[in-house]
Design a protein around this ligand. Structure first.
Ligand code: AMP
Ligand code: MG
Ligand code: MG
Length: 307
């Protein structure tokens, strides 16, 4: 009998993310990034375009009725078929699917794809900040995700590392935190390339023991997931649903908290032109810490990022 749709979709997402990672490495090696400025510190390269073609053509060929949103706006191309990945992930398909996903049909899923997160960093040579993001939502909620790091080694020393998670099953491929951080430690990770006054004001009010500036939403989520930071905060309208859905699904699968700066869940059943996360982001693995940080965010910042 074939696997449940949830696992088949996750399996296809894992192989598509891995292939997209290979495509991104090839484009970088070719030296032909062909950068297009989408406006306002928001570049797009040939790697973003090709990686999106790979993921969207893979998922739409295999699951024609799922709702699929990719960051880049692209016309269909002859390349699409060549970039379609028909393999499976044995690591996903060997798992038992939680029963909560029984009976779902393709049209019940919304998938948000960021083919290359951290493009500014990619063009500037900070390649280890780059991730490929595929987020899966059901009923508006993020339930699963894949984050692939094209320029970080896998445990078997091959290039490219993939982390995936499913709510009800857990997370695979990550070095999850096993011990809580030393009492009093609070490392907060923030944006490297979209720093604003609101970010500055918020970090000051939280008064962390350390604050780290890193590129990419996927990269910062992984830092919190794996315990190199206790919190990721971004009081800004800059991220979109494709930046957050994968990390949201994975953090939830690991028992963490992924919300806006008011503590509200992010809903993923919106149209692509309404994809901005207008009320900011706050990600922690610890519920108490999450509440504590929300209580410290200045009211003026909360007011600025109201719905
Ligand atoms: P960052 O944390 O600055 O690396 O941003 C994480 C993701 O959100 C990346 O995909 C950025 O391109 C996007 N992003 C954040 N802020 C903005 C902004 N002001 N304008 C456009 N994209 C942004
Ligand atoms: Mg992005
Ligand atoms: Mg992107």
């Amino acid at each position: 009998m074939s696997s449940p749709l949830m696992l088949r979709l996750l399996s296809a997402s894992v192989v598509a993310a891995n292939r997209a990672g290979r495509v991104i490495r090839e484009v970088l090696k070719s030296g032909e990034l062909s950068v297009v400025d989408k406006g306002g510190n928001d570049p797009q390269t040939e790697a973003d375009r090709k990686a999106q073609r790979c993921i969207l053509s893979t998922l739409s060929t295999r699951f024609p009725e799922i709702n699929l949103h990719g960051e880049e706006t692209l016309e269909p191309s002859e390349e699409d078929q060549q970039l379609t990945e028909m393999g499976e992930s044995g690591d996903v398909l060997k798992e038992a699917c939680p029963q909560i996903y029984d009976g779902l049909r393709e049209r019940d899923f919304i998938v948000w794809v960021d083919p290359l997160d951290g493009t500014s960093e990619f063009t500037q040579g900070f390649i280890e900040h780059v991730t490929v993001l595929i987020g899966i939502a059901v009923g508006g909620k993020a339930v699963a995700g894949v984050i692939h790091q094209p320029f970080v080694s896998a445990p078997d020393n091959t290039m490219g590392r993939t982390i995936w998670g499913l709510v009800g099953l857990g997370v695979r491929g990550a070095n999850l935190i096993t011990n809580p951080p030393t009492a009093g430690t609070l490392r907060v990770v923030v944006t490297r390339s979209h720093y604003t006054e609101a970010v500055e004001k918020t970090v000051k009010a939280i008064n962390p023991t350390e604050y780290l500036k890193e590129g990419g939403c996927g990269n910062k989520v992984l830092m919190v997931l794996e315990g190199t930071a206790e919190a990721y905060i971004f009081p800004s309208r800059g991220t979109k649903r494709w930046d957050t859905c994968a990390g949201d699904g994975i953090v939830r699968a690991a028992g963490g908290v992924f919300t806006d700066i008011h503590g509200n869940d992010i809903l993923y059943d919106c149209a692509k032109d309404k994809a901005a996360n207008r009320t900011g982001l706050l990600v922690t693995m610890d519920t108490e810490l999450h509440k504590n940080i929300i209580s410290k965010i200045p009211q003026s910042v909360k007011d600025e990022f109201e719905n």
